[in-house]
Design a protein around this ligand. Structure first.
Ligand SMILES: [Zn+2]
Length: 214
């Protein structure tokens, strides 16, 4: 399947980004000066692969199709590496729910050889979780969650009953709903704007690690 996008670059005439093939066979072309030289991965191709629609001349729902087609493509990791971390963080702070984060980062996590799952829970209040299964220190695929980003609607206190058993009480809306855990340990409990960059750092570490073990 062939997809085309018109992207506004530095010249008045928009550049044309073309995608052909799927998965590992995906190939991307751009008519900009950098992209039209062979073997140069330009920022317009990177932007399309990362789902950045801000420079599209016209809105296109084909960007979602491209992200489907790009699953399993090595170009995804290349695209992520191409976008400066500061830029990724600035851009993704616009996410307002975990499904959006999942849609954007699952292909990258899969490309790094890891797995990401989305789940919800309804114990002591509703919560949503993005869980990444990365690598153990010896380089094997971990069966445990190595990195997670969670949203908890509800806070509570842990109290002891007269038999010394823990119970949960004083349920209330949580003021700082977002939590990042690395290796099971909470690293931050705060707003999305600060937790999401932590999470993306974690994903980036996984991508780097998968490159080293190749
Ligand atoms: Zn280009």
């Amino acid at each position: 399947m062939r997809l085309q996008f018109l992207v506004q670059g530095s010249s008045p005439k928009p550049y044309r980004v073309t995608a052909e093939g799927v998965g590992q066979g995906l190939r991307m072309f751009c008519t900009c000066p950098a992209g039209s030289r062979s073997n140069v991965f330009c920022k317009h191709v990177a932007a399309m692969l990362m789902g950045d629609v801000t420079k599209l001349v016209q809105p296109s729902d084909r960007v979602e199709d491209l992200r489907e087609q790009a699953k399993g493509s090595p170009l995804l990791a290349q695209a992520l590496a191409h976008v400066p971390v500061s830029e990724q963080k600035r851009r993704v702070e616009g996410f307002d729910n975990l499904q959006q984060v999942f849609a954007a980062y699952e292909p990258v996590v899969v490309q790094a050889g890891c797995e990401m799952r989305f789940r919800t829970e309804d114990v002591d209040g509703y919560s949503e979780h993005l869980e990444v299964f990365g690598f153990t220190p010896t380089g094997r695929r971990s069966k445990k969650v190595t990195l997670s980003l969670s949203y908890f609607t509800t806070a509570f206190d842990e109290l002891f009953d007269e038999n010394g058993k823990i119970y949960h009480a004083n349920h209330r809306p949580r003021v700082r709903p977002w939590t990042v855990r690395k290796g099971g340990v909470p690293t931050s409990r705060k707003e999305l704007a600060t937790s999401l960059p932590d999470f993306i750092d974690g994903v980036e570490e996984l991508v780097q690690r998968s490159r080293r073990t190749e």
